[in-house]
Design a binder for this molecule. Structure first.
Ligand SMILES: *[C@@H]1O[C@H](CO)[C@@H](O)[C@H](O)[C@H]1NC(C)=O
Length: 203
């Protein structure tokens, strides 16, 4: 009887554990650290977690966590530079940030361990969790034909709110990607409106 119970229990546990792919493409410590407890805790609860990260936890005790370290691929430095280089000009800042992220994601997709992950026909995941500043990592959910979750560790951009149906209004609320103050001037409202449409292009 005890044995049967053990088998049933093991079966229930197995049914409750998932293979999860976590992707945080932004090469910035503060972006990565925000999700580390989640990867750690999911793996400790018996889920098989694989992450693509520029800041691996590197804890050998986390046997259910496999980290694909992409830190060395970054030729570009920090996002902070993108903001300071732009001299407070929102459009220049956003463009710089997009260019940096497109380069980072391109380099990650071109990295052999990730190419192998994509092309391995025996590989499968039950869930893909992505840092949702860009839509492109969601392609992994299409590749593995599984549900996806988008996460952000700060306020999402208006375009991201827009893409999941959250109400937002560019005339009323400054985009979190922009350097606008909380109360917008008329010119800032117009710029904020165009920013939303400009940001939709790479999605
Ligand atoms: C690893 O996952 C298994 C189930 O898949 C679980 O029984 C075990 O406790 C986990 N180990 C650690 C150290 O997270």
């Amino acid at each position: 009887m005890k044995c049967v119970l053990h088998i049933i229990f093991a079966f229930i546990c197995a049914a409750n554990s998932a293979k999860i792919l976590g992707i945080v493409p932004t090469p910035s410590y503060s972006h990565q650290i925000a999700y580390q407890s989640l990867w750690k805790e999911l793996s400790l609860r018996g889920h098989q977690v694989t992450t693509i990260t520029t800041q691996p936890i590197n804890d050998p005790k986390l046997v259910n966590l496999t980290e694909i370290d992409v830190k060395h691929l970054q030729t570009n430095s920090l996002i902070l530079e993108a903001v300071t280089d732009s001299g407070g000009n929102t459009i220049a800042e956003v463009r710089h940030y997009f260019q940096m992220m497109i380069q980072a994601i391109d380099a990650q997709l071109d990295y052999d361990p990730i190419k192998r992950l994509i092309s391995d026909q025996d590989e499968n995941f039950d869930l893909v969790i992505v840092e949702y500043f860009f839509g492109s990592p969601l392609a992994f959910a299409t590749r593995f034909n599984c549900p996806s979750i988008g996460m952000v560790s700060v306020d999402a951009w208006n375009v991201m709110h827009h893409s999941v149906g959250n109400p937002t209004h560019p005339i009323l609320y400054p985009d979190s990607i922009a350097l606008f103050p909380q109360t917008l001037s008329l010119a800032e409202r117009v710029a904020n409106f165009f920013l939303l449409y400009f940001c939709r292009a790479p999605l």
